[in-house]
Design a protein around this ligand. Structure first.
Ligand code: HEC
Length: 118
């Protein structure tokens, strides 16, 4: 397991600007590339057999969107019935790969000399 500590600084924000900051530390499971969180084992078991976990990490949607995706795979791609695992998987996906792209931005660039393109 590797962990990336992403601390964001917002000192440059004006006081009236609001920004949502979520967990600043994310652990990524080295074997799958998926975020380490409750349900990872279930997601790994059901969701990484047919395709790369990259398909999951690159996809962002809300819980309903994830359910729709699962139904689509069940209808078209022979994904099995997830049974009791389904709500666990949906919780995990909606939390860790949500629609509102929670972007972990790099720190603002500093000390750049801008120049005009000719
Ligand atoms: C039975 C095989 C199978 C399993 C198991 C499976 N998928 Fe898929 N999934 C597919 C196929 C096939 C595609 C289409 C791949 C492609 O387009 O190259 C796909 C595509 C996707 C995509 C991309 C959708 C898009 O529109 O870009 C996501 C996200 C995804 N799967 C998530 C999951 C999740 C989450 C699980 C676990 C619940 C899962 N998959 C389990 C077969 C499966």
């Amino acid at each position: 397991m590797i962990s990336a500590s992403l601390k964001e600084e917002h000192s440059s924000l004006k006081s009236n600007e609001k920004i949502a900051v979520t967990d600043s530390t994310i652990h990524i499971d080295k074997a799958t590339g998926l975020v380490v969180d409750k349900g990872l084992d279930v997601v790994t078991a059901h969701c990484t057999g047919c395709h790369s976990s990259k398909l999951i990490t690159q996809f962002h949607t809300d819980r309903a969107g994830w359910l729709e995706k699962i139904r689509w795979m069940q209808q078209k791609q022979k994904l099995w019935n997830l049974g009791e695992a389904e709500p666990v998987i949906l919780d995990y996906l909606a939390k860790n790969y949500p629609a509102s792209a929670i972007v972990h931005r790099r720190a603002a660039l500093k000390g750049i000399e801008w120049y005009r393109l000719k």
